[in-house]
Write a protein that binds this ligand. Sequence first.
Ligand code: PMP
Length: 433
Amino acid sequence: ARMMEIRQQNCSPMTMKVTYYKEPVFIHQGYMQWLWDVDGRRYLDLFAGVATVSVGHCHPKVRAAAEQQMKKLWHTTNIYVYPTLHEYCEKLVSYFPDPLKVIYLTNSGSEANDLAMLMARLHTGNYDIITLRGSYHGGSPQAMGLTSNAAYKYPIANGLGCTNTMCPDVFRGPWGGSHCRDSPVQTTRECSCAQGICMANEQYIGQLQETLATSVPTRIAAFFGEPIQGVGGAVQYPKNYLKQAYKLVRERGGICIADEVQTGFGRTGSHFWGFQGHDVIPDMVTMAKGIGNGFPMGAVVTTPEIAASFAKGIHFNTFGGNPVACAVASSVLDIIKEDGTQKVSLDVGSYLMVELAKLRDKYEIIGDVRGKGLQIGVEMVKDKVSRDPLSHQDMVEIFEDVKDMGVLIGKGGVYGQVVKNIMLSSPQHPRTI
Ligand code: PMP
């Protein structure tokens, strides 16, 4: 009761309408995939601190890297040249294809997206930005403008110059979960029917074309898209959607930005970056969350050409590239490699997809199972015919029941109707899913 009182009165009280549990869960300790509450009850954390803990809570190697760096230096700013920052940037850049070569370090995903918007506008000389409906790109006033998910928007941060286009959400589209002419029961987004020119692509690319023609008064500065929509509910686009969207946007003079805040660092299993699953190379990639395994950090990577346009002004960030953050992030990259975390994501994710699909076939309230690796969404519906989202009360009941079983899960979707299940657990620690 005392902690709740402090939270309500002094400590950024919860303003979100979305609640997960009937009673608050007081967490005070974590280790790898486990969390413990103040009464010593252990939970399997499948939400991973909102898709952030990429290699495990309090991973011993991450802790050691932070401690080592703390002994040497924990702040300077990037006015000075110091090895930890430069070694990290060199290492992170090696995970990107050409021409993505220049890194800017920030403290969060919102900050990274703010910076990306600024750079896109400076580089192109254009102002308008297109994002996908249902997306979440951050909580700063600028990034909130990119965000289209109404639950996370304040009316004054409506995003001057930001236009939303339809999100290629196959399940919520007009085809009842299918989008393929050849196979009416086809639900996978990875099919290659007619070279990927499926009904969903025709419709959604058509809508993007219309948005470009009618809602973008100047030439476009950028198109922002997550490779798999996270907060939007693990929405996975049909094959080739992003490829076609990038082409259209570039034809109109815009640049293409992939928000990898949730999908990066091996979470999707088959690739290190979500965009690699779409056979595209963005002009800019923003990242956060998994980059620091919970340490506050974010980054933008872009091309030397775009960086040169940006270099005309002054850019300074007191904490961006903080030495401890860089040491932590560097150890995260090493651990992903050493522990085979991306492979775990692929293996556990593939297993989950098969098993969850069986549940979908059995239960009327599971409308859709989708995703890749451990970026998985289970869309809960009232029934499969109407596809109406399960009510908030029913979702709370599900969360309560799952918590009573000792498991913490996440939630997404425009109606809060999608269970998200995205922990990357380390193979050193027995898989428990
Ligand atoms: N982009 C995406 C895709 C996100 O999921 C989030 C956070 N949920 C953000 C940006 C914003 O990141 P942060 O909370 O670190 O500002």
